[in-house]
Design a protein. Structure first.
Length: 180
């Protein structure tokens, strides 16, 4: 599915000891809500990458993952030369005020989410600082709401390459079909 604008998610400052589950959920939300890929900075963590690969082995491939990115500054510099960056933060402009502008961008958008303390430069370097309410909550929640708003509630299901199974929506119970 060709969702516009294409989104890549940059997870800043992953801490191996504390953030495994949350970072994995950030990546899975990115994948499920239509982002094209995921960059992980901070500690290198194979457990996070393996969790994503495990999901892909059943539910399909096509989501790009770059882990162990040591220098987010370089990525941002490169991205900003050609494309657009948007940082999710409670201190930013409410998403509903900028979402129409973002929907009209026809370039890849790098959506940045933090872990603990986000460096000041991120606020300065980002083309947009966007809030999903002005209360502190979670990178997982912020990303899900942002992508859902950007893509207008994803009217069609995303189908990933080489999926072995798919869900059949059912009013009760669980129904899965094999695609093999
Ligand atoms: N106090 C931290 C800071 O310096 O930004 C926030 C940490 S919060 C647990 C982790 C991430 O969740 C943030 O970096 C931001 O990306 C996201 N986040 C939390 N609340 C948000 C909100 N209301 N709007 C947008 N993003 C939010």
């Amino acid at each position: 599915m060709n969702l516009r604008p294409p989104v890549y998610v940059l997870r800043l400052g992953h801490r191996k000891e504390r953030d495994k589950r949350v970072t994995t959920h950030v990546a899975l939300v990115a994948r499920a809500f239509g982002a094209k890929g995921f960059f992980l900075t901070g500690d290198c963590d194979e457990v996070v990458i393996e969790s994503i690969r495990r999901i892909e082995s059943r539910w399909g491939r096509g989501f790009d993952v770059v882990s162990c990115l040591s220098n987010w500054g370089q990525l941002l510099e490169y991205w900003k030369k050609k494309w657009v960056t948007a940082h999710l933060t409670m201190y930013g402009i409410p998403a509903l005020e900028v979402i129409d502008k973002l929907r009209r961008i026809d370039k890849p958008v790098l959506v940045i989410v933090g872990a603990e303390k986000v460096p000041r430069e991120i606020y300065e370097l980002s083309d947009f600082n966007i809030s999903i309410t002005n209360q502190p909550h979670s990178e997982v929640g912020a990303l899900a709401v942002f992508l859902d708003r950007l893509y207008n509630g994803l009217k069609q299901n995303i189908v990933y390459r080489d999926a072995k199974q798919a869900v059949v929506p059912s009013p009760k119970g669980k129904k899965i079909v094999s695609l093999e």
